[in-house]
Design a protein around this ligand. Structure first.
Ligand SMILES: [Zn+2]
Length: 271
């Protein structure tokens, strides 16, 4: 789709079973998920969280940005994968060569967001790209140097990362901003062009249910109270506003809008 004159395209990489909902959100009773099972069937497989992992390509004024790099070549992540390693083919389908990526923007350094930073040998996968990431994310990942995804997808880039520490324009009309709570230095993106707006949430609300229940605690958030606070502060900008809301873990393209429907706050894909 386009946001003004900026292109926003999903780049699927993987789909799999992450965990049972009861493990990922231990404080949330099973029955509380039922309305979301009906709203977002793609995200449920029995009691398990059926998780898509998509990246986004943003093209603004001749600058091509890849937002996050997915789970990567299969085998790195110990999860129940259905499909993995699709990003290179997905880029090819979009007619984009990896030489054409000008900026790799990493919202944070969890394993499902860094997989194609490098190839299986640890060589940089996007040879021309600036790799932009928050310094706190780099510091935190470096403190987990023994973890396989850090060893393969983060450590080889330590000299190359362009470390930022707050709001920064990474391409004309594409601005990264601090969205703390999910991971140290976690960032999201605002896209603004010709009066049109989009927000790429990254993992501010990893499940669309969190747009309605911002205080639900996800076990992988490094600072759950801060994560809830970030959701609460962003929601007025998202709900029933003329703004596109994208998240790589949401159904379909992950590109949609947040609306009030029958008294519920729901995310709906834009088709
Ligand atoms: Zn994620």
């Amino acid at each position: 789709m386009v946001v003004g004159s900026i292109e926003l395209l999903p780049v699927p990489d993987a789909v799999g079973l992450l965990a049972e909902y009861g493990e990922a959100f231990p404080d949330v009773p099973a029955e509380a998920w039922e309305p979301y099972r009906a709203l977002y069937p793609e995200l449920f497989a029995g009691e398990s969280w059926h998780l898509p992992c998509k990246c986004y390509l943003v093209r603004a004024a001749g600058v091509t940005v890849l937002v996050d790099t997915g789970v990567g070549p299969s085998g790195l992540w110990d999860w129940t994968a259905e499909r993995e390693g699709e990003l290179p083919d997905a880029l090819r389908t979009l007619g984009v060569d990896r030489d054409e990526i000008d900026v790799v923007f990493l919202t944070h350094l969890h394993i499902d967001h860094v997989g194609w930073n490098t190839d299986l040998e640890g060589s940089v996968f996007f040879p021309r790209a600036r790799y932009v990431v928050h310094g706190d994310s780099v510091e935190f990942a470096s403190s987990q140097a023994e973890r396989p995804h850090v060893r393969r997808c983060v450590a080889p880039l330590l000299d190359r990362f362009e470390q930022v520490d707050g709001e920064v324009e990474i391409a004309p009309g594409v601005t990264a901003f601090a969205a703390p709570g999910h991971y140290p230095g976690h960032m999201a993106l605002r896209v603004a062009s010709e009066g049109a707006n989009a927000v790429l949430l990254a993992d501010v609300a990893v499940h669309p249910a969190l747009l309605e229940e911002p205080d639900w605690v996800y076990v992988s958030d490094s600072d759950p109270a801060q994560s809830a606070e970030t959701r609460r502060s962003l929601l007025p900008e998202l709900v029933d506003r003329d703004v596109v809301v994208a998240c790589g873990h949401y159904p379909g393209s992950g590109i949609g809008r947040v609306l009030t429907r029958d008294g519920r706050v729901v995310w709906e894909e834009v088709r």
